[in-house]
Design a protein. Structure first.
Length: 198
């Protein structure tokens, strides 16, 4: 109950006080990347229940001759990379937190297509609401391997507490300032999870 109360209060205040930042960021995205301003995607929430996550868009809608989207590193611009490195692209997720789809702290919501690929232990990351930030994000973020990330997610599920959440939020601010772990080496973001045998 304390965690949910904190989520509601912080996300509501964040949306109010960060409204100028949200407005300027949206305007710059519209000017530099075009429409739509927001990136919406169905992600698994608590228990694997789908919800629509909302972020600021960071990539161009560039496609190859066959109509498929170009690789991430060919679609992301320097402006998009700036949004990601400063985590400005994540700010609209405060709306997801306010609605109850997400929490401020928890395992990051990944792709729906990963659900059948998890081991039973890895699937336990869905025993809590996904978070805007989490234990894996302050311990390497996208620079971690999938195995490391999942182990940290499950560790958080087993050890979550008010004070751990406060620690993660504090460390998140430090990570954003330092811009650590934005991507894996040689990748624009992170390689896709292909299952435990890949």
């Amino acid at each position: 109950m304390i965690k949910r109360f904190l989520d509601i209060v912080v996300s509501a205040l964040g949306l109010i006080f960060l409204a100028p930042v949200l407005g300027i960021t949206a305007w710059q995205i519209r000017r530099k990347l075009g429409s739509p301003v927001f990136f919406r995607q169905t992600r698994p929430g608590k228990g694997g229940t789908p919800f629509e996550m909302i972020k600021f868009r960071t990539m161009l809608d560039a496609v190859a001759k066959n109509g498929n989207p170009l690789p991430d590193d060919q679609r992301i611009t320097s402006f998009g990379q700036f949004l990601r490195s400063t985590s400005l692209d994540e700010l609209p997720e405060l709306w997801n937190v306010l609605k109850g789809d997400m929490s401020l702290v928890g395992p990051r919501p990944l792709l729906m297509e990963y659900l059948p690929l998890y081991s039973s232990e890895q699937y336990r990351r869905h025993n809590v609401r996904p978070g805007v930030t989490g234990w894996a994000q302050v311990n390497g973020r996208n620079a971690l391997s999938w195995d490391e990330k999942f182990r940290m997610d499950v560790w958080y599920v087993d050890n979550q507490s008010f004070w751990l959440d406060m620690k993660i939020l504090f460390l998140t601010v430090l990570k954003v300032v330092k811009r650590d772990g934005i991507s894996q080496d040689g990748k624009a973001t992170m390689t896709k999870f292909g299952g435990n045998d890949s």
